[in-house]
Design a protein around this ligand. Sequence first.
Ligand SMILES: Nc1nc2c(ncn2[C@@H]2O[C@H](COP(=O)(O)OP(=O)(O)OP(=O)(O)O)[C@@H](O)[C@H]2O)c(=O)[nH]1
Ligand SMILES: [Mg+2]
Length: 345
Amino acid sequence: MREKIGFIAVGQAGGNIGKLLKDKNFDVVFINSSIGDLGTLGVNDELKYHITNGLGCAKDRDSAKQVAKEDFKNINKFIDDKLGNKELYYIIFSSGGGTGSGISPALARILTKVFNKNIGLITILPSDKDTLQAKINSYECTKEITEIEELCGIFFLDNKTRNDIEHINKRFVNLFDKIFDYKKYETIKGNIDEAEILKLLQTKGMISLSSCEKGENTEKLIKNIEDGVFAPFENDRIIKYLGLSRGIKFEDEIFKEKIGKYLDKFENINQEYTLAILSGLSFPLKRINDIKEEVTNEKETIITLNTEKEIKLEDLDFIKPKKEKKQEVKDETEVTVEDLINELF
Ligand SMILES: Nc1nc2c(ncn2[C@@H]2O[C@H](COP(=O)(O)OP(=O)(O)OP(=O)(O)O)[C@@H](O)[C@H]2O)c(=O)[nH]1
Ligand SMILES: [Mg+2]
């Protein structure tokens, strides 16, 4: 089933995670505005695309959007040529940088809206130690993500959870890879099939993955969920679907009490470990609002440091109505790729 999923890694962090997925035999392409960043990846040249005229974007989302806008048709053709038709694509990027953060939300929107592709996201939230610019970028980027209606599931990796970003990358990729072990554990007692995996991954909302060892228990699984590498859950305690490859005695009541209720559960019996896939979780608004607050607390500093364009604090509000765009978007049915390129980049 892994061949039905394609990964589009944008920017440095996207590339680092993409490389680990590539090493696990997933189909991954790598896009960057910086030749230097692409050079560090150690992957075959034919899987890399350097955005024409890109010189790296130094955390400037607008400049990333500009180069991507001018080169969008080639970027799109590259993705199409290399990945072809997949059931599901993931765009991987950090929300705090320039290139990945600037380009990915617009790319996701165009691929869903114009090309009818199923797009999920793997994005990274900044750590406390990250710069103000990274936090501002992250807020702007996540705001754009909330405006994409047709998205599949989103993995929010959170750099606040660990100091070691390589550990976060590896932990995520190891968990993600385990999802596709499901065929090994087909028994008459329980089965997870491809359609169910796709449902878990394609359901809109945040997704979280967690595991525990054989011989451990529900409490340990819950502890690992809470101590994971993903953004913290909202307090609504709602999970749409629970996928459970179960190597422990699963205690439903404890899970419902501590983590939340689910609409449906897809389960098999796993002889080696337990993997839990929680999908359809709410968007991590509290965590994102905390990032906003950190930025807002530094408002004076930002104003002093930036007399010019770059930092647009007045834009940092989800609730505010969207700014009027110069170019009006036409009726749903008439929207073309050119319209969207002009609107989004
Ligand atoms: N988890 C994780 N975070 C990373 C990794 N690399 C960078 N980051 C974080 O991502 C942010 C910077 O994003 P990058 O991916 O380097 O930026 P970019 O997309 O290449 O954009 P430019 O600014 O144009 O270089 C910072 O908050 C880093 O801490 C990584 O491999 N894993
Ligand atoms: Mg970079």
